[in-house]
Design a protein around this ligand. Structure first.
Ligand code: ADP
Ligand code: MG
Length: 398
């Protein structure tokens, strides 16, 4: 296990500057934060350090400004929301990542105070893992903490290069919790262990699926990726999205694990997401000219039945349909609600994936109705897939 912030004696924090990489990449529309789960998950680490008299310097990226200053991607609204969440009058905001305003803000910091830097990706050096930029970030503090699970798979300056410049580099409580829960799912799942996978792009899910397939009791496949599996079985999939490069892999998985893989028996099909005339629920073969855009009613019942069979463990990544459009949201909403019910009955339920978490909201299922909602999409899949994550690896590098 990596060293956690609680492994360092309190006197190493008192009066000292601690650089904390957080993941405050939250959806903001017209200056309004739509969803602040990631901010709330950072509270334990921020308060732990602040209560021990540290000067807490928070740094995050937001969106993809690609090395230029874009006012609409400023973290100022995040500083204001964080102050409300922490129930303090204000969280200081540096307004920049480098330069005079930052130096002044750092000099003015008192023990226990929290300062948020501006969007790290306003600087080109961040994504490039530029050594000079890493050095600049490192010069701000005496202790390095990574609590940015959602960005921990990126080899960026604030995640990787900067950590190498500290002798004290530690994981925050959120990173610790994510690793603990996802390791449990991967290595010690209580049975029956059910995996629900949907969404698109098999490539992103490949390592996780390879790791989970042998361990799961049941793998429920829906969403866009189900069509590659159905096509591999020789079922007519009409104009549904297929990933031909993964057909051989899907065939191989079906050959090895057919008895545990559940594919949807019916589908909500339409000509297109936007062209919804001719909307219908079809069993088996999807006619030419139509796409499968959601699992059908019967598939939804089968999935729900599997999820509510026993308690055990359920891991879910990827919506079961194009849920952003109401007509194609039922399968995803049904799975979210079945998982919440399974959780209340005692199952260990874990959800990962940016779009999947957004889908919970659509289903009106709260984070507290799951055992764990991961703050990392790509990171959670890579962790489960056993891939090395730069931000975790660097914490134990010599
Ligand atoms: P996550 O971000 O949770 O890992 P993905 O990015 O893999 O999930 O997939 C999310 C996207 O998949 C959503 O935008 C959803 O609309 C889309 N999707 C799921 N099923 C289908 C489908 N049958 N046809 C088209 N798009 C789909
Ligand atoms: Mg996604």
């Amino acid at each position: 296990m990596k060293q956690l912030i609680s492994d360092l004696p309190d006197n190493r924090y008192a009066g000292r500057r601690v650089f904390v990489r957080v993941d405050f990449n939250v959806p903001i529309e017209k200056g309004q934060i739509r969803e602040d789960y990631r901010l709330r998950r950072a509270i334990p680490t921020i308060e732990y350090l602040s209560q021990r008299g540290a000067k807490v310097i928070l740094a995050s990226h937001l969106g993809k400004p690609k090395g230029t200053v874009l006012p609409e991607l400023s973290l100022k609204p995040v500083a204001d929301r964080l102050a409300k969440i922490l129930n303090v009058p204000a969280v200081k905001f540096a307004g920049a990542v480098v330069g005079e305003p930052v130096t002044r803000a750092l000099d003015a910091m008192k023990s226990g105070e929290v300062l948020l830097l501006e969007n790290l990706r306003f600087e080109r050096g961040e994504e490039a893992n530029d050594p000079a930029f890493a050095k600049h970030l490192a010069s701000m503090a005496e202790v390095y903490v990574n609590d940015a699970f959602g960005a921990i798979h990126r080899q960026h300056a604030s995640i990787y290069g900067v950590a190498q410049l500290f002798s004290d580099r530690l994981a925050g409580f959120l990173v610790g919790k994510e690793m603990e829960v996802l390791s449990q799912v991967r290595d010690r799942p209580a049975r029956p262990f059910r995996v629900v996978v949907g969404g698109i792009k098999i490539k992103d899910k490949l390592s996780a699926l390879k790791a989970l397939m042998p361990k799961a009791d049941t793998v429920l496949v829906g969403g866009g990726i189900a069509y590659t599996f159905l096509a591999a079985e020789g079922v007519a999939t009409g104009d549904s999205p297929i990933e031909p490069e993964f057909m051989p892999w899907a065939k191989d998985m079906l050959a090895q694990y057919r008895e545990k893989i559940v594919l949807p028996a019916d589908h909500v099909v339409a000509k297109d997401v936007k062209q919804r005339d001719g909307l219908q629920d079809v069993h088996r073969a999807i006619p030419a000219g139509f796409k499968g855009l959601d699992i059908g009613r019967d598939a939804s019942l089968t999935f729900g039945h599997e999820l509510l069979r026993g308690t055990g463990t359920i891991f879910w990544n990827g919506p079961l349909g194009a849920f952003e459009v109401d007509e194609f949201a039922d399968g995803t909403v049904d799975v979210a609600r079945a998982m919440a019910l399974a959780h209340w009955r005692g199952a260990f339920t874990v959800v990962g994936g940016g779009d999947t978490v957004a889908a919970l909201r659509k289903a009106e299922v709260l984070e507290t109705e799951m055992s764990h909602v991961s703050t990392g999409g790509g990171a959670s899949l890579k962790f489960i897939g056993g891939e090395e994550l730069p931000g975790i690896a660097v914490l134990s590098e010599k």
